[in-house]
Design a binder for this molecule. Sequence first.
Ligand code: ZN
Length: 145
Amino acid sequence: MLNVESIDSGTVIDHIRAGKGKRVLELLKIGDGFESRVALVMNVPSKKLGKKDIVKIEGFNVTETQANLIALIAPNSSINIIKNKEVANKYTVSPPKELKGVGICGNPSCITNVEYSEKYFKAEGEDAYRCAYCERVFKPEELVR
Ligand SMILES: [Zn+2]
C-alpha cells in the first residue's frame, strides 16, 4: 500500500468514494495557490467501499458548512481533525436534511440564480434535494459546483 506521511495538524478525510477525492479538494478550494502540504490518495483498497480516496490537508480545519457540502459529494466519509499528530476530533458526515444558504440550484432561471435570495433545499428521500423556490429536484452532487 502507498504510504503517505502523516500530518502534524490539519484534516484527514477518509472513506471518500473512489473518484470523488478530487471533487472534495475542489470544493474546499484547495488547488494551485494553496501552500501547505496536500495529499490525495486515490483507489485505496477498502473493505467497506471496495476502493476509496483519502485526502490529507496540512494546516487546514474543515468547517461545519464545508463538512455539509462534503457530505453531498462523499456521503459517509469520515473527517478527522488532527492536532499535534493526534486525532482531536473525528466525525462521519451524512447528508443534511436541509440546506440553508449553501448549494446552487441547477435551474438557471430559478430566482435564487437570477437575483439574491436565500438558497434553501430540502432532502427528498435518500438521494435528492428539492429547491424550495422553483421546486425542482436535484441529486446532491448537482448542488455543488
Ligand atoms: Zn431553484
